[in-house]
Design a protein. Sequence first.
Length: 391
Amino acid sequence: MAFTEPVATPLALLLLGHGADPDSERGVECPGDLPPVSDPDLVTRAAAAKAALGDRLYILGHHYQRDEVIQFADVTGDSFKLSQQAAAHPEAEFIVFCGVHFMAESADILTAANQQVILPDLAAGCSMADMAAIHQVDAAWQAISAAGLADSTIPITYMNSAADIKAFTGRNHGAICTSSNAKRSLEWAFEHGERVFFLPDQHLGRNTAVRDLGLSLDDCVVWDPHHPTLTPEQLRDAKVILWRGHCSVHGRFTESSVKDVRARVPGVTVIVHPECRYEVVEMADLVGSTEFIITAIEEAPPGSSFAVGTELNLVRRLALRHPDKTVVFLDRDVCFCSTMNRIDLPHLVWTLENLLQGRVVNQITVEDESAKWARVALDRMLALPGVGAKD
Ligand code: 13P
Ligand code: SF4
């Protein structure tokens, strides 16, 4: 089954210096004076500011962050684990989230009112999350409702989404999922309805529905927000209505990436993230979340070889951490997640030194009504059996 790149939404990534959207903070530049990247004292300055802030500060680092930032993280993890870790540290006034915007929003929703969540660079968005704007999702839900299907359709929304999409999910009896509990979330949804409205990552939705739940590719239809052409009959006959969104990093791995690496590295185990395309996942040996990939490589015997289909910062770190194993990147051309990479040492130093001087910069807050309903959807996920802090 062929995958074609969706047309970019007008809301998708705004290039820096090419306009800004203050509502979503995309394209917004740093409001202060950043230290120069060439400053040889950046590491010392970050360490000094962190030490001076002590327990008032807790730094979260997503696995896809640069090493220069990860060295200052109090905890590393996937988006879900990090949000939970933030909530587990109520003594910290300042949660500095080295990750992307939707993660900082989730942390704000899950933490206490007195805790302030900070994203060191407001331009660190996520192209996948930006592929589903709330007015587009509302329009799709109206079509589903007009077909008489709203009562029998359960929304399941991937963690990688804006807070207002999570709130939509909570209001409409749905739940959030992560890459490690998508199967459990879809099973839950089918216990409560006849079909699932899965957003915003079509690949995670399709991979889970077909590979884990045994549905057929024909049971899945794709809702394209730019060309909403699905008929009421097509919506009714579908088991899963997939939103036409994808990760611009994982979506780039292809079948040739897998064929090439198998030819280059004999006996290699191909391990990929479920945000990869269905054809790629079908060709892989192992599929799972970032935490799954890390554990699989850690637990493999010395001498094992892995080709990893996920973000490059993590793959490079895994290769360095396991010199007794061969760990290569699945594709020669796929690059870093550009928005994850926005968070660098100058932004971290700027953030911490401002906090030290009593100025909270780049605080991420989700307004109360959205936070309330997004929390409902998150809590439904957390209540699923087997879904814990390190699901
Ligand atoms: P996880 O953090 O849930 O592994 O998701 C991968 C990802 O793409 C994060 O942006
Ligand atoms: Fe978004 Fe993909 Fe980057 Fe994750 S890796 S932040 S899903 S663009």
